[in-house]
Design a protein around this ligand. Structure first.
Ligand code: ATP
Ligand code: MG
Length: 361
C-alpha cells in the first residue's frame, strides 16, 4: 500500500505546538506534502523564525511520519511567516505585521537595553525588525546602537530609517541637533510619537519594537491609542516589583485594552565568575509579578557589567558578547516574546488556513 498525503497529515496531528495548544495540522502549519513512494517531504511553516520550540517540533514531526508503515525517508523544511496582528488595514503602519511596545513603571530598569537586544536576537533569527525609540524625553537608542550624531535622509516626504546590525531604526535623537533637548508639553509628545510612526518609511517589517519612556505618561497612551499593538512587554527589576511600580504600567495598558505579553526581569541576578548566580536585589521576582498579573513570565536577564559597557561602546551586548549567559538570556526572552506575539496574532485571526498538499503523480 503506497503512503498517501492524508496519512501523513493524520500522523502529524499528534504534534502539538506547546504554546498554541493545538496540533500543527489544524494550525495550518503543514504545507506542500509530497509523497514519492516511501520518500516524504513537507514544509512546516511556523509563526515566527524565533520560535523557541522549532527543533522540538521538527523532531516530533519527523518521528511521527517515520512511524507510518512504508515510509523510508522524511525531509522536513522549517520556514516561518510572521502572522499579522488584527486591523492590518490601518493607515499608520500597513506593512508592519507586529508592533510590540517595551514599557516599565520606573526609569533605569533596562528597557532600552532589553529592546535593542531583543531586536538583534529577532533579526539574527531571520526576522525583519524595526526599532522605534519613543522615549522622546531621553532618546538613548542612537547611542546604544552606535549611531549618535547620525541624521536620516528623507525621500518623497518620508524619513528613511537608519540601519545598523540589520535593524531599521528611528529616534527623535536622529532629528535633534547635538546638545538640543526639547521642552515638552503633553500634546506635543503625542504628536511627535505619532509622527515617528507615520512619517517614517518602515517598509515591510515582521516586528516593530517600540522603546517607551518610563511610566504611564503621554507616549505610551498615544502609542496604544494610535496603532493596534500586538502587545506590551513589561521590564522590571525585583526592587520595582516589590514597590509595585511595574504593576501600574501593566495596569495602564490593560485599561487601554492592550495585551500585556508578559514580564521580563532584568538585573535581579548576577552571574559570578564560577558560573553560580547571586541575587542582587532583595524583593519579589519578575515571575511573581507575572503571576500576580496573570500574564506569562518571559525570562530573566542577569546583571552583567559587559551589558552596560557594550552599550557605552555603541553595541548591543548580544552583538559584542554573543557567548555569555546574558546573551543566551536575551535570545530566550526574544523567543518567548515572539511566541506570545504569535499566540496573540493567531488568536485574533478568525480563520486558520487549511493545509495544502501537492501529491506527486
Ligand atoms: N542586564 C544588565 N546588566 C548590566 N547593566 C545593565 C543591564 N541592563 C541594563 N543595564 C544598564 O543599566 C542602565 C539603564 O539601562 P537602560 O537605559 O536600558 O534603562 P531604561 O529602562 O531604558 O532607562 P530609561 O527609563 O532612562 O529609559 C544602563 O547603563 C544599562 O547599560
Ligand atoms: Mg530607555
Amino acid at each position: 500500500m503506497p503512503v498517501t498525503p492524508e496519512q501523513v497529515l493524520e500522523a502529524l496531528k499528534v504534534v502539538q505546538d506547546p504554546d498554541l495548544h493545538r496540533d500543527i495540522v489544524s494550525l495550518g502549519f503543514v504545507q506542500n506534502v509530497e509523497v514519492d513512494g516511501g520518500a516524504i517531504k513537507f514544509v512546516i511553516e511556523l509563526t515566527t523564525p524565533a520560535c523557541p520550540v522549532k527543533d522540538l517540533l521538527q523532531q516530533q514531526a519527523e518521528e511521527a511520519v517515520q512511524a507510518i508503515p512504508g515510509v523510508e525517508s522524511v525531509e522536513v523544511t522549517m520556514t516561518a511567516r510572521v502572522r499579522s496582528r488584527d486591523a492590518m488595514q490601518e493607515e499608520l503602519l500597513p506593512n508592519v505585521k507586529q508592533v510590540i511596545a517595551i514599557a516599565s513603571g520606573k526609569g533605569g530598569v533596562g528597557k532600552s537595553t532589553v529592546t535593542v537586544n531583543l531586536a538583534v536576537a529577532l533579526s539574527q533569527r531571520g526576522a525583519k525588525v524595526g526599532l522605534l525609540d519613543a522615549d522622546v524625553y531621553g532618546p538613548s537608542i542612537p547611542m546604544m546602537m552606535g549611531m549618535a550624531g547620525e541624521h536620516p535622509l528623507t525621500k518623497d516626504s518620508k524619513i528613511i530609517p537608519l540601519e545598523r546590525f540589520g535593524i531599521k531604526m528611528m529616534s527623535l535623537g536622529f532629528l535633534l541637533q547635538e546638545g538640543q533637548s526639547p521642552l515638552w508639553r503633553g500634546p506635543m509628545v503625542a504628536g511627535t510619537v505619532k509622527q515617528l510612526l507615520s512619517d517614517v518609511a518602515w517598509g515591510e517589517l515582521d516586528y516593530l519594537l517600540v522603546d517607551l519612556p518610563p511610566g504611564t505618561g503621554d507616549a505610551p497612551m498615544t502609542l496604544a491609542q494610535s496603532v493596534p499593538l500586538t502587545g506590551v512587554v513589561i521590564v522590571t527589576t525585583p526592587h520595582n516589583v516589590a514597590a509595585n511600580i511595574a504593576g501600574s504600567a501593566a495596569g495602564l495598558f490593560k485599561r487601554l485594552n492592550s495585551t500585556v505579553l508578559g514580564v521580563v526581569e532584568n538585573m535581579g541576578r548576577m552571574v559570578l565568575p564560577d558560573g553560580s548566580t547571586m541575587q542582587v536585589f532583595a524583593g519579589k521576582s519578575g515571575e511573581e509579578l507575572a503571576q500576580g498579573l496573570g500574564v506569562p513570565f518571559l525570562g530573566a536577564v542577569p546583571l552583567d557589567p559587559q551589558v552596560s559597557s557594550a552599550a557605552d561602546d555603541g553595541m548591543p551586548s548580544l552583538v559584542k558578547h554573543p557567548e555569555t549567559p546574558q546573551a543566551e538570556a536575551f535570545r530566550e526572552v526574544a523567543g518567548q516574546v515572539a511566541a506570545q506575539a504569535s499566540i496573540k496574532a493567531l488568536g485574533s485571526q478568525t480563520t486558520v488556513p487549511g493545509p495544502e498538499f501537492a501529491p506527486r503523480a
